[in-house]
Design a protein around this ligand. Sequence first.
Ligand code: AMP
Ligand code: GLY
Length: 417
Amino acid sequence: MRILVLGNGAREHAIIKSLLIDPSVKIIIAAPGNAGIAQDVETFNINLDDIKEISEFAVLQQIDLVIVGPEKPLVLGISDAIRARGIACFGPSEEAAQLESSKSFAKDIMNAANVPTAKSFTCISINEVIVALEQFGAPYVVKNDGLAGGKGVVVTENMEEAISHAESCLQESNSKVVIEEFLKGPEISLFCITDGKTVLALDAAQDYKRVGDNNTGLNTGGMGAYSPLDWAPKDLKEQTVNQIAMPVINEMNRRGISFSGLLYVGLVLTENGLKVIEFNVRFGDPETQVVLSRLATPLSKVLYASAVGELEKIENLNWRPEACVTVVLAAKNYPTNPVLGDEITGLGQAIQVPGVQIFHAGTTLINGKIVSSGGRVLSVTAMGEDLAIARDRVYEALKKIELSGSHYRTDIALMKQ
Ligand code: AMP
Ligand code: GLY
């Protein structure tokens, strides 16, 4: 099989590393990739917003399967364009991607499908916002309706801050803001692979969204993750498939929208059971780094089956028994104003630590040197017999990596979120 992976993050690097150990994959190429991905496969510098160019490129390269990493090209209709050229694509259509690109659409589907989620109001004026905030009380949860790259949600005890975020959301083009009931409990990320008929749940992971230890500071794209979750309900996958993913997919089908690809179910385990806080329509980052590191079933088989509507043929997924931890090394001043362009050293020593893999995110090769080029720079990942061993290995590896002013959380996998 010839596979094209789209994206430039550690998530895509983890997908590629999994495909590299998959015997049925002949050729892997990536666009645009990063310095780490380029050490493993050939990369092509194509702008992912250019749907036409990418689909033409896939034809030219005789690709059998395109795997789309980030949400933006999905929301722009990349899957539709690739399928129109007769090539299999792992990722939902533009219409189905609304589950991520519009919080109000996702809420509407969940309500119609009776899926447990936070109560919410979709508001179009500040007066409606105030009524909704007063009804739910603090802490207030205010969500931008559209894609916001992890910066769309404000959770605050402060009414003025809630109103000011709502005002800025209302000023944006689609002029909608979602006000939600606050859900209390640990968060879980569960990836469900589907072809629009069958759903296969992957093992769960937990993501650490705040920049600082003990969940302090600003929200980020994700600072670390671990899997498995020994504290989660034993029937977590069954509950999520039967009470959330399948009802959502059925409701989408009823509306004439087939969802295939990955439904990322963001859950809170409340005292009244599991509730959805968000859907994404692609692999999560950094959760993918730990989930795929533990997947023993060849990845291409599963993603191809999802893309061509044959997921029922895959009976069971196999998992490695070890635990996995990933910690994100971020650039100085991430997430506010990351400093880029500094050399990264020590990667060779870090990779010598047993069980460690390094997935690159914001890195570029300049004059033979690996240089930082994004806020989240590396995802340092380790397998171990248990979480404590995996954690120790990650932090041992991180000590060997040098990047001026960089930082990382020191409490990943220590406590549940
Ligand atoms: P989202 O972009 O929807 O994942 O939200 C980002 C983060 O905000 C989540 O990971 C949660 O930590 C928090 N959050 C979102 N919705 C809620 C909610 N209804 N109750 C509590 N926390 C929430
Ligand atoms: N880790 C959260 C996300 O990928 O959206």
